[in-house]
Design a protein around this ligand. Structure first.
Ligand code: SF4
Length: 410
């Protein structure tokens, strides 16, 4: 029997390259999922997230493939050749086992497999050298990319509680992370499909620790807080409606009692009544827990309902900032004005017949000269093409980036 060890090892070795590619492809797919980013935002350590999330997802199709491979080998190469009496590798292996004549097959299989593995290895190294996605995935797995570097800014800085997060070391960032939380745009996609709600809510405590009571009692309190019935704790994310999944996302974000929650389109994909429930929930939690939200949204009525101050962006740059109510009452930038005029009003007498803004959004890689809004702005002048407007103060607490603001300069 010991004669079979080497051929078995050689046959297995021949599969290693193929299976490694398969695992890598599956891992890369998982790493692009929203729930993977959501787990990372909790501060899960690199080995835990790579092996607990990405590898776990990759193992199942790989095991299926191994099973199919063995099945194919047995049925195709052994049985078919024996049944039809057609000599081949299968017949050779069968005869070899029956007659205990191992050396020929041993040698042939070993040489073929080593050649096969070497060809795949050379091809993979060439791909890794040329393809930046593969390089990045390798860096991700090996830890060559630091968490702190991933939040590096193109310009400016991110300051939270007086600390520039770009300056934090990886260990400081891990500790600092529990004060920040994120609510992702896709409520169902941001929850791992392989975990129950109970384990999703328990995960932040396993990462950061620091609970006074039992994790189970805290999970139940979180459910009460977001009005999620406790019997749903043992269900999986795909069993939830968008509103329920959003409540799970909110509960998970608030588990560690953060001081700042970044909410990316928290009402996206929800019907209007559920949007109202979620917004009211966020507003209540803010009052109860003294939270701060950084809300990123296209939903202007939602922003008006929740926010104290807002910043309007066009082509990724802030064009107006100020207290929320003041901006809504008297927008200073023509783009803000067009957005606010475009909000649907439930009053037929106030129907807007013409779109408040014309033209297409310019390409980000071919930005207009001067003011970037000038190609769509009804107030544009020759100065707007020639000169980039700088941000300036128009009154207490309000800034605008426009040569001809709609509200007077202080
Ligand atoms: S700078 Fe000119 S083009 Fe730009 S928003 Fe102001 S008025 Fe319009």
């Amino acid at each position: 029997m010991h004669h079979l060890v080497l051929p078995a090892f050689a046959v297995g070795l021949g599969w290693v390259g193929y299976l490694a590619r398969m695992v890598r492809a599956s891992m890369l797919e998982v790493m692009g999922e929203t729930y993977f980013r959501a787990a990372r935002s909790l501060g899960i350590s690199r080995p835990r997230i790579v092996y607990g999330y990405a590898l776990r997802a990759a193992i199942l199709p790989t095991l299926t493939l191994i099973g199919m491979g063995f099945g194919g080998l047995l049925s195709g190469a052994v049985f078919a050749e024996i049944i039809f009496a057609r000599p081949g590798v299968g017949k050779l292996i069968f005869d070899m086992v029956m007659t205990r004549n191992f050396p020929v097959v041993q040698g042939a299989v070993l040489v073929t497999s080593v050649l096969y593995v070497n060809v795949i290895l050379v091809a993979d190294l060439a791909i890794a050298a040329l393809d930046p996605r593969v390089r990045q995935s390798l860096q991700m797995v090996t830890g060559a990319v630091q968490d702190a570097a991933e939040i590096a800014t193109a310009e400016g800085s991110i300051v939270v509680d007086g600390r520039d997060v770009g300056e934090l070391s990886a260990s400081e960032w891990t500790a600092f992370r529990r004060h920040l939380a994120m609510i992702f745009q896709d409520p169902v996609g941001s929850l791992s499909p392989r975990k129950t709600v109970r384990s999703l809510l328990a995960e932040p405590f396993h990462i950061h620790g620091g609970t006074d009571g039992s994790v189970e009692s805290i999970i139940r309190r979180l459910c009460e807080m977001v009005q999620l019935p406790a019997p749903l704790l043992d269900r999986y994310p795909h069993e939830f409606s968008g509103g329920q999944a959003r409540r799970v996302g909110v509960a998970r974000a608030l588990a560690l009692e953060p001081s700042l929650v970044v909410a990316d389109e928290p009402t996206a994909g929800l019907d209007v009544s559920v949007q109202g429930e979620i917004l009211n929930l966020l507003a209540e939690l803010r009052e109860e827990r003294g939270l701060s939200y950084l809300l990123v949204s296209h939903n202007l009525p939602a922003i008006r309902h929740i926010c104290d101050s807002l910043a309007i962006m066009y082509l990724g740059r802030i064009v107006e900032r100020g207290p929320c109510e003041a901006v809504f009452r008297a927008p200073a930038h023509p783009y803000t004005d067009a957005l606010i005029r475009g909000i649907p009003r439930p009053d037929p007498a106030k129907r807007v017949l013409a779109a408040p803004i014309q033209g297409e959004i310019p390409s980000l890689i071919n930005r207009p000269t001067g003011c970037e809004f000038r190609t769509r702005c009804p107030h544009a002048t020759p100065r707007c093409s020639a000169e980039i407007p700088v941000e300036r103060r128009i009154m207490e607490g309000r800034q605008v980036r426009c040569h001809h603001p709609l509200v007077g300069i202080a």
